[in-house]
Write a protein that binds this ligand. Structure first.
Ligand SMILES: [Zn+2]
Ligand SMILES: [Zn+2]
Length: 451
């Protein structure tokens, strides 16, 4: 039995995994990509295969009249209540569709044999595989989550991936969920010519390979669109981008209900839509510093949105004023007449969402760098305006600030040297005590990479 297709890229190959010999790879690169998932089953694979149950029929157990033989085939279980997949044996019966009415026909006896998986799957619903040439079938529990719990194994392997943006004021994240246990089996379907029933398809079950572990998981995860999480996901392959460190600025609800910090480190892929979306804005102040930051409204967490809908209200669960500090317009030309203000239509509803921040040049960004820049605007730039430009506080005179004055402000604050000094001071304050809190993680904080 041979499936000479690379588990990862599909190229034909004769190289398989040295240990389990059950997954094929065209190159070390492809093998490495599959490893995080593959290693979950590789080590125990050969010992498992030796445990195949013999097809013994209990003397008390009579085979149903239409069953002509029974075998056991290996399958992969993604357990409902555990995080790691496992190999299992599934009973497979060869049945005959022999029917009495055929007896009257001259060509009898002719049996139409077919195979069914009859153990462990009775309650499951088949979800046919999209990969026609793979012959991997995924069986999942009933769709209604009331019947079965969400599949924990898949949720763990797929952690960080979401369906995508569903729009509206409440934009909750939607992890992809399956109900109940999920089982991957391998089968081949052949055309069979039967003198009685004519042409029909015959499905024969086979043992799964460990390449099927990858195929099954990738198929189940095919709706993955957005990735945002505090950890990289090394299991799912499919989005071509590189991992990038980005930062999420939490709303009050994230902090109050989920104990999330204000600034949290997240991993995204370089093909994340923050780099292409028309709703992404560039922070002016970061642009002046020479490392433009992109800001994009992000999704709420399901967990606490439900609580808010049920009436557990904070005074302001949707408060998030920090992104507005990064987004103050500091365009000297003031082309759109919004000097010193933000796009209120978009960013200041009083119903704000968590905000994702990433470097436009796709380099890594740390939460320290974002917090320091927000604080820099808050403690230097905002007070400067209040002190030197009292007119600034009223919108009606916003456009009366001369270009001269605007240049002074930009020259004064848009300097990365000044900010770098501030960064070091701020770091020391965070390490000692800033606003009553000591944060020793700041010991590792480094200023922006300008290379
Ligand atoms: Zn390959
Ligand atoms: Zn292996």
């Amino acid at each position: 039995m041979d499936f000479p297709k690379c588990t990862v890229c599909g190229k034909s190959t004769k190289n398989n995994c040295n240990k389990c010999k059950s997954a094929w790879y065209c190159s070390a690169v492809c093998q490495k990509k599959d490893w995080a998932l593959h290693k979950l089953l590789c080590a125990n694979f050969t010992t498992f295969i030796e445990t195949r149950p013999t097809t013994e029929i209990d003397s008390n157990e009579k085979l149903p009249p239409n069953v002509v033989s029974t075998t056991y085939k290996s399958a992969i279980l993604f357990p409902e209540n555990a995080t790691i997949p496992q190999l299992i044996w599934i009973k497979s019966n060869i049945e005959s569709t022999y029917e009495e009415r055929f007896e009257k026909r001259p060509l009898t006896p002719n049996f139409h044999y077919y195979e069914t998986l009859c153990s462990g799957l009775s309650k499951y619903m088949e979800m046919p595989s999209a990969h026609n040439d793979d012959d991997v079938e995924i069986w999942v529990g009933d769709n209604s989550l009331a019947e079965c719990k969400a599949n924990r194994c898949f949720a763990t392997l797929n952690a960080g991936y979401f369906h995508g943006d569903v729009g509206g004021i409440f934009r909750p994240t939607h992890p992809i969920l399956y109900a109940g246990n999920a089982i991957a089996t391998r089968s081949i379907t052949t055309q069979h010519e039967d003198p009685v029933v004519g042409k029909h398809e015959q499905t024969l079950y086979q043992d799964v390979t460990l390449g099927d572990l990858r195929r099954a998981f990738q198929f189940m995860a095919r709706k993955n669109i957005i990735f945002e999480a505090d950890k990289k996901n090394l299991f799912f392959l499919g989005d071509p981008g590189q991992w990038i460190d980005a930062v999420k600025i939490s709303v009050s609800g994230d902090m109050y209900f989920d104990n999330k910090p204000k600034y949290r480190q997240v991993s995204i892929k370089s093909d994340h839509d923050i780099f292409t979306d028309k709703d992404t804005d560039v922070s002016h102040i970061s642009e002046l510093m020479g490392y433009p930051l992109l800001l994009r409204k992000s999704e709420y967490e399901d967990s606490w949105i439900d609580k808010v809908k049920k009436g557990m209200l904070l005074p302001h669960p949707f408060m998030n004023s920090e992104p507005c500090l990064l987004l103050r317009n500091m365009d000297v030309e003031n082309k759109d007449g919004k000097w010193q203000s933000i796009d209120a239509e978009k960013w200041d509803h009083g119903m704000d969402s968590p905000v994702l921040v990433a470097r436009k040049d796709k380099k890594d960004l740390t939460r320290y760098q974002v917090e320091a820049l927000v604080t820099y605007v808050e403690v230097f730039i905002v007070p400067f305006f209040q002190e030197h430009d009292p007119d600034m506080s009223t919108r009606s005179t916003n456009n009366s600030i001369t270009k001269n004055k605007r240049e002074v402000v930009v020259a004064k604050f848009g300097s990365s040297t000044l900010f770098e000094n501030f960064f070091e001071n701020f770091k020391n304050m965070k390490l000692a005590a800033y606003r009553g809190n000591t944060d020793l993680s700041w010991a590792n904080a480094v200023f922006f990479d300008r290379s």
